[in-house]
Ligand binder design. Structure first.
Ligand code: GDP
Ligand code: MG
Length: 448
């Protein structure tokens, strides 16, 4: 599912992967690669343009470039854009309560998956506790009624059919009467499709629509046909009016062009996707999950939120000020070590960001070293941490004993702190204005 698109997005993110500072050029390169990925995925040109423009606009804002974690912020923007292009929060069916009969009309071209999807929807509603009835109103395709009957018996949902019927509206009326009599709460109507949109088909559907006044008119389209699925949805909406779309054969759709263009082009929500031939292979469409899938990650939103928890922008800035004013103490270092240790636990998650895997230097977060450093620093008194110059030989051996390390190790740590202070001072004088990099440097400083 969407494999190609996922691969392309992952390639696109190589321009920003693992960078603690990203430039406008990095963003341009990434967006250009995303643009190519979308075009290759057969996304509507207008949609691509909109996507690209709004992403660039947002990504070049202060919020991203000046943020502590610009790469992740940028990925989050792309993610959020994808979600919005895929339809935002997602939309389910709007059916009436179980005490009133609701009607769903399935429409679309021949072979798009109407009959299969009718059964799939029936099964889903049944699992949700509803009592569906299927109506076999495709009287044109010879085996259509039989096909629906077989599917119905497999999922244990009754199918209303009339032998030798010629008029789908008459069949619908028969189904309606049965539904009322036997207290079914959802009537799902399978209809005739043709190879192409033509007037007789539209006439028939209009008559059915006028008779049934359906709560949902679901256009069933084959996702593999890409933009033509979107065009078909548009035409059906203009001629008949639809309330939503079911994209079938999503299991074989490696590109995703239809799903990505549909909402923007037609204004109609993609409500379900068919993910296989079996009646169970049917899922409500969740834009956020699909966006996550396209970006090749589980749940980027919570990931970024978690990262932000650890690297607090304000803390990082405070740190920067201290470095500039040369008031950095061992206390600050201890704090940083603790922050970086927390980050270690999310390292695995960071690796899920496309292109990030393998980019994170394994030595950046060396847990053993951090543990020793933390132990040594914790064994110092506050006074000692505030002013390392008072730590003479006797204090050093006390700290070593207290932390289970050696006097030599304590000495190395203090030396390193001195060196780090000098280096950071130089860096900040040279104008390195990236608090995140500084912060990481502090946490990552240890003897190699
Ligand atoms: N792989 C896959 N095949 C599907 C899906 N939906 C429908 N099909 C297949 O597509 C073909 C046409 O489906 P059908 O329901 O008869 O289309 P209709 O003419 O619109 O009623 C059948 O062979 C189905 O098994 C799907 O989501 N995934
Ligand atoms: Mg059919």
């Amino acid at each position: 599912m969407l494999d190609k698109l996922t691969q392309k997005f992952s390639d696109a993110f190589r321009f920003i992967a693992g960078k603690s500072v990203i430039t406008e050029k990095n963003i341009d390169d990434t967006v250009e690669a995303i643009k190519m990925a979308l075009l290759e995925a057969d996304v509507n040109l207008r949609v691509v343009r909109r996507f690209v423009n709004s992403t660039i606009e947002e990504a070049k804002g202060e919020r991203v470039l000046r943020s502590v974690d610009p790469g992740q912020q940028f990925v989050k923007i792309v993610h959020d854009k994808l979600v919005s292009f895929l339809g935002g929060n997602g939309e389910g069916l709007k059916l009436k309560g179980p005490d009133t009969l609701s009607t769903v009309l399935m429409l679309g071209l021949q072979g798009s998956g109407k009959t299969t999807s009718s059964a799939k929807l029936a099964l889903r509603l049944k699992k949700e506790g509803r009592k569906p009835l299927l109506a076999a109103c495709d009287l044109v395709r010879p085996a259509a009624v039989e096909q629906l009957t077989v599917l119905g018996s497999q999922i244990n949902v009754p199918v209303y059919r009339e032998e030798g019927a010629k008029d789908p509206v008459a069949v619908y009326k028969g189904a309606l009467a049965l539904a009322r009599k036997n207290l079914y709460d959802t009537l799902i109507i399978d209809t005739t499709g043709r190879l192409q949109i033509d007037e007789p088909m539209m006439e028939e559907l209009k008559r059915l629509k006028d008779a049934a006044k359906p709560d949902e008119l679901l256009l069933v389209a084959d996702s593999m046909t890409g933009q033509s699925a979107v065009d078909i949805a548009k035409t059906f909406d203009e001629k008949i009016g639809i309330t939503g779309v079911v994209l079938t054969k999503f299991d074989s759709d490696t590109r995703g062009g239809a799903a990505l263009s549909l909402k923007t082009v037609t204004g109609k929500a993609l409500k379900f996707v068919g993910t296989g031939e079996k009646s169970e292979d049917f899922e409500p469409f969740h834009p956020d999950r699909i966006a996550g899938r396209i970006l090749g990650m589980g749940d980027v939103v919570s990931l970024v939120e978690k990262a932000q928890e650890v690297i607090d922008q304000e803390d990082a800035l405070k740190l920067q000020k201290k470095i500039e004013k040369e008031t950095l103490t061992l206390d600050d270092w201890l704090e940083q070590i603790r922050a970086v240790k927390k980050m270690g636990s999310i390292q695995k998650m960071l690796e899920m960001i496309p292109g990030m895997a393998g980019q994170i230097d394994e030595d950046t977060i060396n847990k053993e070293d951090l543990k020793h450093q933390e132990a040594i620093l914790s064994s110092m008194t506050r006074k000692e941490r505030a002013n390392y110059l008072i730590i003479g030989p006797s204090r050093r051996s006390r700290i070593a004993r207290g932390s289970g390390t050696s006097v030599a190790e304590v000495g190395r740590l203090i030396k390193k702190f001195e060196k780090m202070r000098t280096m950071m001072k130089k860096m900040s004088k040279m104008g390195a204005k990236n608090p995140a990099a500084m912060q990481q440097m502090m946490g990552g400083m240890y003897p190699r």
